[in-house]
Design a protein around this ligand. Sequence first.
Ligand SMILES: CC(C)(COP(=O)(O)OP(=O)(O)OC[C@H]1O[C@@H](n2cnc3c(N)ncnc32)[C@H](O)[C@@H]1OP(=O)(O)O)[C@@H](O)C(=O)NCCC(=O)NCCS
Length: 214
Amino acid sequence: MSTRVIIVGAGGHGQVVADILLQMAAYSATLRPVGYVDDDASLAGRQLLGLPVLGKVTDIVAFEHDAVVVAIGDNRTRRTLLMTLQSQGESLVTAIHPRAVVASSAVIGAGAVLCAGVIVNPGASIGVNVIVNTGATVDHHNVIGDHAHIAPGAHLGGDVTIGEGTLIGIGAVVMPQRRVGAWCTVGAGGVVTRDLPDRVVAIGAPARIRRTHA
Ligand SMILES: CC(C)(COP(=O)(O)OP(=O)(O)OC[C@H]1O[C@@H](n2cnc3c(N)ncnc32)[C@H](O)[C@@H]1OP(=O)(O)O)[C@@H](O)C(=O)NCCC(=O)NCCS
């Protein structure tokens, strides 16, 4: 029997995740997306990519399913929702696009989303609820903390560590062996040449700290 999956969030990223699940379902009958939940009342009853918006997140128990994937781009919101849903006993699935290349020795955390064109190399560890977005590469022995987001086209060298909840922006580069702290933002196109502490926003090439997150 296939695992019926509800996508939490029906926005742009939610539809990217829906497409991944539909592609996975085309390759394997073990998983079946059944629809979205979203608190945006204007989406209720709509069909997106052929899947219905079933109702609000708080009503999720009313809809038949076996597991969820949280498809919200903002890292803090995604973390909060995941923790709430887990505390309600929800199971998590990982969504890995059939055209992502993932080394057999890589470890992928529960609820993680790996989009089309992603490459994850040997020994890498991807945390719980992480997004590795379209065309991003995570090289060997990286450690990506829970709830992080590696945005489209970002590239991480070997032995990089990314802290919990950090956003590596579109097209950014992290040089090999660098460590980026928790809950940081590396701006789009930034190049991290030195380690970054927790909770900073860094931009540019080389990336310079612009401010600290609250
Ligand atoms: C770095 C970032 C967080 C800054 O956001 P912000 O503090 O709101 O900055 P602002 O948009 O107010 O811009 C402030 C200045 O920084 C510049 N700036 C913004 N982002 C920049 C970036 N990534 N690199 C270089 N300069 C940048 C702006 O041009 C502006 O310069 P100016 O004062 O000379 O006009 C944001 O621009 C960014 O890059 N976020 C990542 C987005 C992303 O990749 N999301 C993933 C989606 S899938």
